[in-house]
Design a protein around this ligand. Structure first.
Ligand code: FEO
Length: 169
C-alpha cells in the first residue's frame, strides 16, 4: 500500500476514536441536563464512530499494514446551550468529510482502487452523518424553545437504536 494512504488511514483511526469521545462528551452534557433522549442519540453516535475506527483498523490489517495506536485527544469543546453540541456536531462531521475526501484523493492519485472502493462506504456515510446533524439543528430551531415540543423531540431521540455498520470486511 502507498505509504501516504496507509499513514492517512492510520491517522483516521485516531480521528474516529476522537469523534467517539467527542460524541460521548455530548451525551454526557445532555445527560447532565436531564435530556436522556439526546444523550441516547449521542451515545449511539459514539458507538458508530468506534465502528468506523475498527473498520479502518481491520482494513489495514487485511492489507498487511501495521497499525500504530496514538493517544486520543481530550474532547476540547465546551457546551453551554442545548444547541451548542448540535452545531459542533455538524461542524465536526464536515471536518471528518474533508479528511475522508483527502484519503480518497490520495488513493485515487496512486491508483489504489481497493482503497477507493473501501472508502466509498465512508463517503456515503459522511453524507448521512452531515444530513442527520443538519436535521437535528433544524428540529431544535423549530421546537427547542417550547418545553412540550422539546420533551417530544427528546422522546423521538430516545427511540434511536444502534445497528452495526452495513459494511462488512
Ligand atoms: Fe466517522 Fe461521524 O464520521
Amino acid at each position: 500500500m502507498d505509504r501516504q494512504v496507509s499513514a492517512l488511514l492510520n491517522d483516521q483511526i485516531n480521528k474516529e476514536f476522537y469523534s467517539a469521545y467527542l460524541y460521548l462528551d455530548m451525551a454526557n452534557f445532555y445527560s447532565q441536563k436531564g435530556l436522556d433522549g439526546f444523550a441516547n442519540w449521542y451515545e449511539i453516535q459514539a458507538k458508530e464512530e468506534q465502528d468506523h475506527a475498527m473498520l479502518m483498523y481491520q482494513y489495514l490489517h487485511n492489507n498487511g499494514e501495521k497499525v500504530t495506536l496514538e493517544a486520543i485527544a481530550k474532547p476540547d469543546k465546551t457546551f453551554e446551550t442545548l444547541m451548542d453540541p448540535l452545531r459542533a456536531g455538524l461542524e465536526h462531521e464536515q471536518y471528518v468529510t474533508s479528511l475522508i475526501n483527502a484519503i480518497y484523493a490520495q488513493a485515487q492519485k496512486v491508483n489504489d482502487y481497493r482503497t477507493t472502493q473501501f472508502l466509498d462506504w465512508f463517503i456515503k456515510e459522511q453524507g448521512e452523518e452531515e444530513k442527520n446533524s443538519g436535521d437535528l439543528i433544524t428540529k431544535m430551531e423549530l421546537f427547542g424553545n417550547d418545553a412540550r415540543s422539546l420533551y417530544m423531540l427528546n422522546s423521538e431521540l430516545a427511540a434511536r437504536v444502534y445497528s452495526a455498520p452495513s459494511l462488512v470486511l
